[in-house]
Design a protein around this ligand. Sequence first.
Ligand code: PXP
Length: 242
Amino acid sequence: MIRLGVNIDHVATVRQARRTDEPDPVWAAVEAQLGGADGITFHLREDRRHILDRDVPLLRGAVVAKLNMEMGATDEIVSIAIATGPDQCCLVPERREELTTEGGLDVVRHRERVGKAVAQLRDAGIFCSAFVEPVERHIKAAHDVGFGAVELWTGGYAHARTPSEIAAAIGDLRRGIEIGLTLGLEVHGGHGLTYRNIASIAALPGLSEFNIGHSIVARSVFVGLREAVGEMKALIAKYAPQ
Ligand code: PXP
């Protein structure tokens, strides 16, 4: 079974558009779980543009599914993660100007800083995942510094337009999965996955988790979050290898 982690940051983005108290991402976490989410994912960004400090302990209390905290490898955020105790931390690159997390973490270049963060999180008993592009040297570096999982960036596939670009992106992911599994890592996938493009990726053997946000929250405006999560779960189950 491939787990579905639902990223609820976009609910917080709507709240922050008015700096008010609705919609509450903690309510979203409850609704997503009622819809069958296997996990709830949130990203506490350095600039607090969507998820706020106030949300973090409330999410920890409200989530009985797997709680996955996306984060940059900074001392401040590592301390908050350790105090919160999510089930998993997913280390991502963070640049202030970006719209969302674009591309994977360069574990080779930031080996020292990332390695230190992973060591601290692991000492606190937190399983760590690295959000990386499906590129051998990054997957190997993630393994070397102590990550237990890689979340392969599926943006290359999501942004591909022509059949040959799509085939190449799927090939990259297929190879990335093989490399990760050979190293003994769990292999997850995320970024840009939608109801329209999930089938080919769900069909790849070896993935154990997806983290999906924008498409599910976008659909929830029309059908409600419970229903939107249920529809994505059903698609993943339909196309996943048996
Ligand atoms: N996984 C990671 C590591 C991410 O940074 C994001 C974006 O916040 C997602 C998954 C979800 O991406 P999307 O909102 O495009 O589904």
